[in-house]
Design a protein. Structure first.
Lengths: 258, 329
């Protein structure tokens, strides 16, 4: 089921696209009619009619170019996001580049920046995200804020990461992920009580993700329930985890066995 | 000066005056209070009424594209351009008041309703239902819950958003402009009566108020889940008493009785199904549905009364109720 944000976004997208192409149709019809009129006008009015027909054609062409480029930019960006969420970073990067070629919007720049950042190309990724923010007068999208925050989190730079993750958590899409990351930060700082407070509303939720399993298992261990903690960890194989999570899992396993 | 302004206002169309007055009041209210910052206007608020406007606009442009030039070369450019845009501006001008009020209606509730009256009336409405039926109708209907019936009722309930735009579009396309204005003004009158009622008697409906007492889910398929989602997103909260889902189709059926008598009985069947849907799907109390049967005739009469007495672009109700037969031969 799509979320409310998506629905609102889709409605606005439909209205925006319909408005653009209606304007294109309007000026195209006007231009065609003006050219037809020009063919029939007397020699005295020919120049005037020609200029008006030419102006209407120019406006129609300008609206057409703008509409097509913006729509293609949005289309490539959409497919880029799909590829990104499926973990196909190279493909996503290429799609974001195509999107920026058609419509060089701050969103396309930011998306490409995040893609580069997640691929490990920090030197190119971070400046692109900054440029996107600068073009939006300092505002980032929740997508950029979350992944930039995640990048700083994995680097252990809490001071940089926390404000970004907090901002991203305003978007429902990232709220759950941010709660888990904050709980991990509390656990890393040896504050299991604070982590438990954060996770309290989600303790009964089915464990489906490795980061969720790590947090819940750590909390169970803090309560002294070692068997339950071990059972949760056993559901996830450490071979499929990223290095940062692998280290945390191994550390937790060691604590359970001690 | 004041006399000139009053004279100007009285010579405008009634729907223009209502739309302008309502919007100006909202604008003053929002710009002078802190609500301005939380004011949200969603595309959903206007998309269903924009749909017929868009269809009419495209139809008008395609007609212009394929129709032959009628002495266009004899007109000067300014007049030619004015003639080109005139039909489009007319469509916009005829539909704009309804578009504006539709947007205001949703925006008003999203931002305002419970701030005006924070006391919800669910307890009161449910007590009336209990006195009438012994229990809540939606709870009594639980043994009959069936996934296919749920899907069917969801489709009926959702069809409401298309019913009025479809009728209005049909009337506009068939050039029945006075009838179009009468029907749309009737809709506006009922909406404004509904707004007043929602402000005075805000209620969330049985689905939320009795959430802990339902023992069975509605069990619909994907269709039901999708429609339920759209309704929950697009729905104005606390708009229960009366049920405009019943009131507006009932009002439309009155107009169909005047202009398309053959469609009157099918329209009443549709109203009956809508009554079933609103209660079965737990959106309304039985009291809300009964209230709709009182509000719709009042709106029908009040609208005709206002339109026939308004000094601006007046509509003779007798003439639009019984349009003169077309002369033949």
């Amino acid at each position: 089921m799509p979320d409310i944000g998506n629905y609102t976004h889709t409605t606005e997208l439909v209205l925006g696209e319909a408005g653009k192409y209606f304007a294109l149709l309007l000026f195209s019809v006007l231009a065609i009619r003006l050219w037809r009129r020009w063919a029939k006008t007397s020699a005295a009015d020919k120049l005037n009619s020609l200029l008006v027909a030419f102006a209407a054609t120019l406006i129609a062409v300008a609206i057409g170019c703008f509409s097509m480029c913006q729509s293609l930019g949005k289309l490539y960006s959409h497919y880029g996001m799909e590829a990104f969420h499926a973990g196909r970073l190279l493909q996503a990067q290429s799609l974001f580049e195509s999107s920026a070629k058609f419509w060089n919007s701050p969103d396309a720049l930011g998306q490409k920046g995040v893609c580069l950042l997640m691929s490990g190309n920090t030197e190119q990724g971070l400046p692109l995200i900054e440029e996107a923010k600068a073009r939006r007068k300092g505002t980032g999208t929740s997508f950029e804020e979350f992944y930039e925050g995640l990048y700083y989190f994995t680097r252990g730079q809490r001071t940089n990461g926390v404000p970004l993750l907090e901002a991203a958590s305003a978007d429902q899409t990232y709220r759950w992920s941010v709660v888990k990351l904050f709980a991990v930060m509390e656990l890393d700082g040896n504050y299991p009580d604070d982590a438990a407070k954060l996770m309290k509303p989600f303790m009964a939720t089915e464990i489906t993700e490795s980061d969720q399993a790590y947090v819940i298992a750590s909390l169970k261990l803090a309560e002294g329930k070692t068997n339950e903690a071990q059972a949760i960890l056993d559901k996830f194989s450490t071979r499929e985890l990223s290095p940062a999570w692998k280290t945390r899992y191994e550390k937790l396993q060691a604590q359970i066995h001690n | 000066m004041a006399r000139k302004i009053i004279s100007f206002v009285l010579h405008c169309r009634l729907e223009d005056v209502i739309a302008a007055g309502f919007s100006a009041t909202l604008l003053v209210f929002f710009s002078t209070t802190s609500f301005f910052h939380s004011f949200q206007l969603n595309g959903h608020d206007i998309i269903f009424i924009l749909l017929p406007v868009g269809i009419l606009g495209v139809k008008c442009l395609l007609e212009m594209l394929f129709s032959p030039e009628a002495d266009g070369e004899k007109l000067d450019t300014g007049k030619y351009l004015a003639n080109f845009f005139k039909p489009l501006l007319k469509i916009f001008r005829d539909w704009f008041p309804f578009l504006l009020l539709s947007a205001c209606y949703y925006a008003l509730y999203t931002n305002l309703l419970l701030r005006v009256n924070p006391h919800t009336a669910d307890g009161f409405l449910s007590r009336i239902d209990a006195a009438l039926l012994g229990n809540q109708a939606s709870i009594l209907l639980q043994p009959w819950i069936n996934p296919w019936l749920t899907d069917f009722f969801y489709l009926i309930y959702f069809s409401y958003v298309f019913s009025l735009p479809a009728v209005a579009l049909y009337l506009y396309l068939t050039k029945k402009e006075k009838i179009f204005r009468r029907v749309m003004m009737g809709y506006l009158t009922l909406m404004l009566m509904g707004i007043t009622s929602y402000l005075l008697v805000p209620a969330t409906g049985p689905e939320k108020f009795f959430a802990d007492q339902f023992t069975s889910d509605l069990q619909g398929h994907t269709v039901s889940r999708g429609v339920d989602y759209v309704i929950n997103v697009g729905r104005v909260g606390y708009d229960c008493f009366p049920s405009l889902h019943v009131g507006i189709p009932l009002l439309l059926s009155f107009y169909l009785r005047d202009y398309r008598r053959k469609l009157f009985v099918p329209a009443l069947i549709y109203v009956g199904l809508m009554c079933g849907a609103t209660i079965y799907l737990r959106y309304h109390y039985v009291t809300d549905v009964i209230a709709a049967f009182a509000y719709a005739p009042v709106a029908y009469w009040l609208n005709d009364f206002l339109l026939s007495r308004w000094p601006g672009e007046r509509i003779s109700i007798a003439s639009v109720k019984n349009p003169a037969p077309k002369q033949t031969g």
